[in-house]
Design a protein around this ligand. Structure first.
Ligand code: ADP
Ligand code: ADP
Length: 233
């Protein structure tokens, strides 16, 4: 469960001008569900995502994950709690000179996991995203959908309780999009993951999300169950 309360984020430019990008967002993301965050370009979705994944520090307000306020943490505690949240980006941000296997193993190597455990865990992760037969390939030898699967496997390597997907299906064709969404649903069910889907694609929200939150100009304008807010016309 993620509880976001009165979250503000300001950026200060070099000239000293202040831009308030998040203007007091309060939001609940229930455990074990898929919550979509939607809104027009420039609304603040990516900034919110960066605050949730602890890449940006909010100016004010709190984000609690499983009851713990992550903005209060520093050092080792922050590094440990950061693992609770796995992130997948639009371009999946894979290292081009490393194989699929090596890309997925990376977070485990940084953590100092012993080689035979890495081997076992990476094997299981590739199997859970359906890429066991592509382990030796390089990212450039994969389709867009396959690259996103590698990004998902890597995001799951440290067994997070939350998976944050920022425009993870943008730029994929409809079949690849449907396959990624099906995979996310399976992962939610298999691991009890809470999934946050940041997207501008309303079809994705309708087909996959349980709950939806709409952001406009840094403010939450509505939040609720998809079947209540987005009833088919
Ligand atoms: P979205 O993901 O909904 O398109 P963003 O969070 O990327 O929105 O951006 C929201 C607003 O914040 C935009 O007006 C953008 O220009 C501004 N913004 C984002 N990051 C920065 C930054 N590092 N410095 C200043 N302004 C920023
Ligand atoms: P083990 O102690 O053997 O790792 P786990 O039940 O913790 O047993 O995990 C079994 C496998 O399930 C792991 O190797 C991993 O691939 C996968 N797994 C478990 N939890 C998660 C999670 N939250 N996210 C992704 N994969 C997971």
């Amino acid at each position: 469960m993620i509880e976001i309360d009165d979250l503000h984020k300001q950026y200060r430019s070099r000239s000293g001008a202040v831009a308030e990008v998040l203007k007091g967002i309060s939001l609940r993301v229930p455990a074990g569900g898929i919550t979509a965050i939607v809104g027009p370009s420039g609304a603040g979705k990516s900034t919110l995502a960066k605050c949730i994944s602890l890449l940006e520090k909010p100016t004010r307000g709190s984000i609690r994950v499983n009851g713990q306020d992550l903005s209060l943490l520093t050092g080792e505690a922050l590094r440990r709690e950061r693992r609770a949240i796995g992130t997948v980006f639009q371009s999946s941000a894979l290292l081009q000179r490393k194989t699929v296997w090596q890309n997925v193993a990376l977070p485990l190597e940084y953590l100092g996991v012993v080689p035979h455990e890495i081997k076992q865990h990476v094997g299981a992760l590739l199997e859970s995203v359906g890429l066991s037969d592509k382990a030796a390939r390089y990212p450039a030898q994969l389709s867009g959908g396959q690259r996103q699967r590698v990004g998902i496997a890597r995001a799951l390597a440290l067994k997070p309780s939350v998976l944050l997907a920022d425009e993870a299906t943008s730029g994929l064709d409809p079949d690849a999009t449907a396959a990624i969404l099906h995979l996310l649903t399976q992962l939610r069910d298999a691991f009890g993951l809470s999934i946050i889907l940041i997207t501008h694609e309303m079809d994705v929200v309708r087909s996959t999300a349980d709950a939806v939150a709409e952001i406009r100009d840094g403010r939450l304008v509505q939040q609720g169950r998809v079947r209540d807010l987005l009833a088919q016309p």
